[in-house]
Design a protein around this ligand. Sequence first.
Ligand code: SAH
Ligand code: SF4
Length: 346
Amino acid sequence: MKTIITGLLPEEISAELALPQKYRGKQIFKWIHSGALSFDEMTDLPVKLREELAENTMLFSSGISREVIDSDGTAKVTLKLYDGHFVEAVLLEDERGRKTACISSQAGCAMGCTFCRTGTMGLIRNLDPGEIVEQYILLSNKYGKISNIVFMGMGEPLANLENVRKSIEIFHHPEGPHIGLRKITISTCGLVEGIDDLVQHGPLVKLAVSLVSADEETRERIMPVTLKNSLDHLKRALKRYQEKTNRRFTLEYVLLGGINDRRIDAEKVRHFIGNLKAVVNVIPWNPAEGLPYKEPGEETTAAFTERLEELRVPVTRRYRRGRGINGACGQLAVFENSTDPSDSGR
Ligand code: SAH
Ligand code: SF4
């Protein structure tokens, strides 16, 4: 496989394509991030160079193979990677018209959370930086300017940190999308080593953690990552992150009917938070076929949220978007051999 150039910085593009003039890499980088779909469109490059590049180099490694738009406007695209695997990316738009790209960091995921559809796929492979960046480019070319990025699609970003880091460098680059680090969120299931790596080496983006349960035993059962990353260790890593950034983070709490939705579960969340600055995002579980859970029900969700509020825990409830198209959180999965057309990227 040749290097994917959408995952390169300007100077790396010059080197990779062996361009005689160094500044050409910057020109190409700018074009890639201002909507060019082919080398032919890069009008400030000499015609001969454009022709050569068009002949020998692929601009994009992935392509959109499927697009579904939900009645609420949420769009989910399935991308076909160069080797035939598929990943998904979702575009969300809020009431003010601000667009957020929810992107994938891996094809599948190795973490095995039992309530998550992506978890049931296992890990296929890590995405290359260019494959991460292309999700953003393809979404913005299609739907217009995107202001925020969340790594909440398929995969565990901290298990592919080097490539995620490189993609963020590109997202943040002034000649590229130039997105502020506060507008980029990494969501993790709680890999302590990865959080510490961010503390030490950056980038200090916003952090969201899928807590889901603050009870050690329950969490071990539904999120096996807890076996090597106990709640106590996780909390200490979060403290270090907060000391460094002084920024509040989000704890995502997927509410599973009858599993983590009692008053005592809310109290354990309060205890876990202690003096950390955090907001809890309560997400009623989105049904995923074949997974042994049930939705919590409106009343239970309200009661759980109220209990947290009584305990003075800041809470938000995630809007449920894209449910009609399996584009909501934790519903992203592409089953490549599935016979259900809504599961397949083809
Ligand atoms: N691997 C990262 C990011 C991807 S998962 C992580 O776990 O944080 C994105 C979010 O979807 C996580 O908060 C996860 O807890 C949530 N999620 C997973 N399955 C879900 C489901 N079936 N219903 C609702 N949310 C789910
Ligand atoms: Fe992976 Fe996140 Fe799903 Fe867990 S919740 S299986 S870490 S994608």
